[in-house]
Design a protein around this ligand. Structure first.
Ligand SMILES: Nc1nc2c(ncn2[C@@H]2O[C@H](COP(=O)(O)OP(=O)(O)OP(=O)(O)O)[C@@H](O)[C@H]2O)c(=O)[nH]1
Ligand SMILES: [Mg+2]
Length: 387
């Protein structure tokens, strides 16, 4: 196992260095913010110390093969080109024209000479074109690797032709524009009945507790809590404990009728946060049951909670499963548990809904943020990290 530490300004720099030095099979095993050593370090922004590891057997064979094939081809073309440019070859071509001169008329000689020169020029132009295209192919490979490192789903970028870029920087500029266009964020002034839905274990209850903390303790609003999560052992206790600590009313609901009653009894609150049972998006029965409860809530806002560690394929399944519930925005949780943030783009683009919050740890109520679009884009491009 090869282990290497990198001291970098941002994750983008780390990913690029790790990819080039260790290959794409390298894994990040830790990251933490550190100060540069010495007194000067106190006056500079913190750096990130990233530790990456690579199994000895996992040398990045595939990529190096792909890139080296391109390089070999390019080298061959360059050598052919340089042969044509060599003085002795030029002289040889001129000489062959000279040698033939006595046997033909002077006019024909000049014509042949010109034709030969034109041919050489044409071949040179052709070679230049091929070399330029080969360079583009290499950039396209790097662009694809970049997207994969950042976990951005390539086929979502329909308008970007990966082979159209002269260099990786111009690709990133274009990508930034696409992200700006496709990602929406929303900063909500929460009021009325707010419902959180989403798959099992993504952090709905913890996020409700964080929101309740922000609203009650910081914004000084009257907050109420309802849970319909009586399915899992300990689920009620989890939220009840938070409600007690924050001294806010808390209702447990089992039937549709109880939901109506609970909503009525908390009508004096500025915001009522409703926690729901984690449902598998594949179980349409459970989702329909959840929808029936939500209809009784008369909600002002429904947010779909998705973990930032969800695989791309599973994001599709979750969005399609919860599609029958008309949610307004998404909350992306557990970003502290991942090192690449392409999921933010994948979720925003696939759902066509704005992102309202991101959560970055287990601490209640601190580890929740209202992100700006700029922050989200920087995270996706690896220019910033949440830790
Ligand atoms: N690292 C990390 N952990 C989190 C975050 N949010 C929640 N968790 C943890 O994830 C676990 C599940 O959180 P819950 O809030 O119970 O998730 P849930 O969606 O309510 O789960 P169910 O009710 O079972 O569907 C807990 O251990 C939380 O502490 C986060 O932003 N980062
Ligand atoms: Mg829960």
């Amino acid at each position: 196992m090869l282990i290497k530490k990198y001291l970098v300004k941002n994750m983008n720099e780390a990913m690029t260095r790790i990819r080039y030095e260790l290959g794409k099979d390298a894994i990040i095993i830790s990251q933490r913010k550190v100060r540069e050593s010495g007194v000067k370090g106190y006056f500079k922004p913190k750096l990130i110390e990233v530790t990456a590891a690579l199994e000895n057997s996992k040398v990045d064979k595939k990529k190096s093969k792909k890139v080296s094939e391109v390089d070999n081809f390019k080298d061959s073309l360059n050598s052919i080109k340089s042969i044509f440019e060599k003085e002795e070859v030029k002289a040889h071509i001129d000489r062959s024209v000279e040698i033939e001169k006595p046997s033909i008329s002077e006019k024909a000689d000049t014509k042949k000479d010109e034709a030969l020169k034109d041919e050489v020029k044409e071949i040179k132009e052709l070679l230049n074109k091929v070399i330029k295209n080969t360079n583009k192919e290499k950039e396209a490979l790097v662009a694809v690797d970049f997207l994969r490192d950042m976990d951005i789903e390539e086929n979502l970028l329909e308008d970007i032709n990966l082979e159209n870029y002269e260099d990786i920087e111009s690709f990133k500029d274009e990508l930034k524009e696409v992200l700006k266009r496709d990602i929406e964020v929303v900063n909500k002034d929460l009021k009325g009945n707010v419902v959180l839905i989403g798959p099992t274990g993504v952090g709905k209850t913890t996020t409700i507790a964080k929101l309740a903390g922000r609203l009650a303790l910081i914004e000084k609003k009257k907050v109420g809590l309802i849970t319909i999560d009586t399915y899992r052992i300990g689920a009620v206790e989890q939220l009840k404990t938070y409600a007690e600590i924050m001294n806010i009313p808390f209702k447990v609901v089992i039937t549709l009728k109880e939901m109506e009653e609970a909503i009525n009894s908390l009508s004096g609150c500025d915001v009522v946060l409703v926690d729901t049972t984690g449902r598998s998006s594949k179980n349409t029965m459970q989702i329909s049951e959840l929808r029936a409860f939500i209809q009784k809530v008369n909600s002002s806002n429904i947010s779909l909670v998705i973990s930032g560690t969800t695989k791309n394929k599973d994001i599709d399944a979750i969005l399609s499963g919860y599609g029958e519930i008309n949610y307004e925005d998404t909350i992306v949780t557990k970003l502290d548990e991942t090192t690449s943030y392409g999921c933010l783009y994948n979720i925003a683009k696939k759902s066509s809904k704005p992102i309202s919050y991101i959560t970055v740890g287990q601490n209640v109520p601190d580890d929740i943020k209202v992100p700006s679009k700029d922050e989200i884009i920087k995270l996706i491009l690896g220019e910033e990290s949440v830790c």
